[in-house]
Structures are given as C-alpha cells and as structure tokens.
Write a protein that binds this ligand. Sequence first.
Ligand code: AMP
Ligand code: MG
Length: 350
Amino acid sequence: MDTKVAIIKEDNINYEAINEAAKVIKKGGLVAFPTETVYGLGANALDEVSVKKIFEAKGRPQDNPLIIHVADKDINKYAKEVPDIAKRLIDEFWPGPLTVILKKSDIVPSVTSAGLDTIGIRMPYTKIALELIKASGVPIAAPSANISGRPSPTDVQRCIEDLNGRVDYILGGEESRVGLESTIVDCSVNPPCILRPGAITLEMLRSINDSIYIDAAIMNKPKEDLKPKAPGMKYRHYAPKAKLKIIQGDFQKTIEKINEMVLNYIDENLKVGIMATDESLPYYKVGEVISLGSRANLQEIAKNLFETLRTFDDKNVDIILSESFIREGLGIAIMNRLTKAAGFDIIKID
Ligand code: AMP
Ligand code: MG
C-alpha cells in the first residue's frame, strides 16, 4: 500500500492536508495523526470494516479495545449513560489526556470495543487531531500508531518507521507534548477506577472526586488472581528490542550499581545503554548514556521516555539499564510504562 505523508504545523494548519486525510477516514481508510499523548492510528470508529484494518495494520490482539476520539464534549450518541462523575471529569480535563470508560451505545460497533459493553472515549487537545476529527465528521477510533508491543511513537518519524506501507496517510505535526498514553478512568463502575495512569494524575482526579482509586493490578506483575481491568494492560508492552532492567534504590547506590553492572556486561561483550537523568549523567563514563531529563521535571522524563527506548534500539544495544523514579504524581505513569517495558525486571538495592 502507498502511504502518503504530510507534515504540517500546529500553529499554521494546512487544511488541504487535513481535508485529504479526512477524506481517507470517510472512505474507510487509515490515518496516523499527532495527539498530545502519543501519535494515534485512526479510522472511522462507527464503521466495523474500517476499524478491523487498525487491528491488522498494528498486529493488535483482537481483544484489546480502541479509544474513540471526539472533537467536542457532546458524547451522548456514543454512551448509553454519562454519570455525573464522568460529566465532571470531562468538564474539568477535556480536551486533554483523559479517557473515560462508559456504557456503550448501539451505534458503536463491537469490534471497536473488542466485544465489551463499554467504550473508552477522549477529546484530545492537539489542534491537528481536533481538526481532523471535525473534518471527518465521525469519531475516530485510534490506538497508538506503533506496531503492537513496541514503544508508542511520539513523533512522526517513528510513525513512518512502523507504519509506512501499512496505512493510507500519515499526518505529521509536532512531537507529542505529554509522551505517555492517556489516563484511563472507568466511570461505568462506582467508585470510578483508574485502569491506566497518565498525565492526569490520581491527585488531580481526586480533587474532583476523592473516592477514585487505582486498579491494584497495574503496578505489579500480572498474576492469575490479579489481572488488570483494561484488556490492553495485560500485554508485554512499550518494549524496546533490548532487555531492559530497572535499578531501584538510593540515588548514589543506584549509580554505583549501574556502573558495576555495565562493566560486567562489557566483559561479556554486550553493548549496554544507560537511561540516566541530568543529575546522574556526569557519573557514567562507559556505555551508551542518554539522559531522560531532570528528576525535578517529571514532565520532561515522561515526554522523552518512549523516544529514548527507541533510540537505544537504533543503537542496537543488548541491555538497557534504567534508573527508577518516584511513584507519585506523574511518576506513577512513568514507572507503570517503565516496569512493563522491563517485564518487571527490577533490581532493588538498599
Ligand atoms: P492504546 O490506544 O493503544 O493506548 O490502547 C487503548 C487502551 O485502552 C488499552 O489498554 C485498552 O485495553 C484500554 N481500553 C479501551 N477501551 C476500553 C474499555 N472499554 N474498557 C477497558 N479498557 C479499555
Ligand atoms: Mg498502544
């Protein structure tokens, strides 16, 4: 399949490209596009045949439902009911990186929700995404625009790498500002439950309703009796090709441990990447070292996480050693993605 690529500017939108991409959606094709979380791979959410193409292009398991992207807050057509708490979350956090799960109405085909009687729905704030949805005239079902299992793309080059030849159109814009997928809150249950942590943090959600809690299964290795409630959270995910290990503990001891491990791996002729921070960068003298940003700026760490994992893949390292982050605020989402990418391989030091 020929893939058309158009790169446009968020602050000076080329509507010719938007309209061309919208035409592809209307005709049942696939369009990758930028959002503030990560790039999405979109199709008409209300058309079964179009939605099936998303699963094929990504190699996505059929039981992993898609999030529907809308351009305004009027979602009554897609949800059977919108409880008060969902209305308040939408009022406060839309447009933005928050997905709410609601009881599905009949106009949304069951392939979109992977057979569930609920749907995930979100209004992104990236203008290119909003304009594309508006011009398409339909809600757009869009998972992350990567091949399933790989780290999600936060810029257009990564979309092209994964999807060129597999989709009809790639609409490029700026890098994703958040860099992690949306927070998912299940509002079809009471009290609402966070199924996936993201940039809308637990504290932010609790400022609206203090009974909201996090699904206990998502921060730990999935077990038989503790399975994540969001189908997608059970898969190995966000994973680079290299083996990723997280070193967790006191800052100085972490640096010492990483330096010791690097030397051992180099002895074994392995190529090692170190996922460092601005604060630790000067202490690593060997290996491929990349800083995720400053520990004082978790937004920066989140934004750079997936891109850094992909850069290590480009460098063909065998092992990546990562520092660990505080499990508070945005740090909960960062550690959720990092531990999943590492297959929960965490080395704890005292
Ligand atoms: P992605 O779009 O690739 O970020 O993946 C979407 C995520 O949303 C996956 O983890 C899905 O399991 C989750 N999701 C979407 N719809 C639902 C739903 N109705 N109930 C629970 N989780 C959902
Ligand atoms: Mg994804």
